[in-house]
Design a protein around this ligand. Sequence first.
Ligand code: NCD
Length: 369
Amino acid sequence: MPATESQPYVPTHPDTAHRIAALNRNDKPFHVVLAQQFDRPTVDQLCQLADMIRSISGSRQGSQFLQTLLSHRRAMLYFIQPSTRTFLSFTAACQIVGMRYSSVRDRSTSSEVKGESEDDTVRTFSQYFDLIIMRHPLEGFAEHVANMLNEMPRTIPVLNAGSGKDQHPTQALLDIYTLYRCFADPRAAREEPRYTRNVFAGKTIAFVGDLKRGRTVRSLAYLLCRYPGVRLVFVSPPQLRIGEDILEYLSRNGIEYDVAEDLRSSIGEYDAIYMTRMQDEHDVAGESKAIDYYAYSLTYEMAKDFKPGLAILHPLPRRNELDQRLDALPQAKYWAQVRNGMWMRSALMASVFNVDVAIRDHYHAYYTF
Ligand code: NCD
């Protein structure tokens, strides 16, 4: 069970259902650690709630209402791995729902340098704050923290904002939200059941790049299993193939998939392309240098072969795998994806603290005609 930088935490129980039971309360996520915690109605409701928050926050009165909802709560952002968007979107989301926050982004400023254990650091957070949002280099540490907090006299929720090479469930939620908005029929855009129709059925989504070490793709693949009829294609160099555990999970859930090495030949088949960068910070001995990653980049010249309704996503940061000249195309959805993260993370926090009902009531009272 104890972990080191190179040895991840091993889950306390081999059975996923058992692990999820320890993370949920009343059949919904309390700690948010694994994408598998989210069933279809929960995802759909979060997307709808994110839309409501987006609308309500557009007016001064609406934004003031939202800020009253969690003004009695405080969050700790414990981010000891680099982050721009996830960190900033969580801080912006805290501001939207009125939650105050503090952050620790560098272990060298904490009592860990005096020999305190990381577990005790986290236990300390739980005495001052009502929520821990954490990004950590070790797979499994967020789950370990959730289980540890369950044993504390004061149990507070933990949100996993990226755990090693393993999972990034809140990114997967915002990715689903973005894809939903891309695939939904614009004529149905304002209708209430927008997020109950399976807009993913019949769509082909390609994941491109370092699929072995990219946690966002793993979490999104888990979530997409909730949408029967979607087809997934994993395009990567052979050394960076998606994990067998994900492929097995897809098979078990009846999701069609392909594994490919060539991006260009089938580019016109895809309804969405999810690009990723090389995750070379996980290299053990510079092994990424030997890989021709250019073959896994989207260039401006390829745009002539895109499907007209294609959605290009990228969790960012990007390097050269996504040509900046593509940004101006209608198919480029990655900057909208960045903004969607703020609304989805606001919705998630509202749901964890059970103020989602108040938001729905407010929306129905003031924003439906
Ligand atoms: C990703 C991450 O940290 O896993 N970024 C993000 O959260 N948007 C992807 C990456 O770093 O490549």
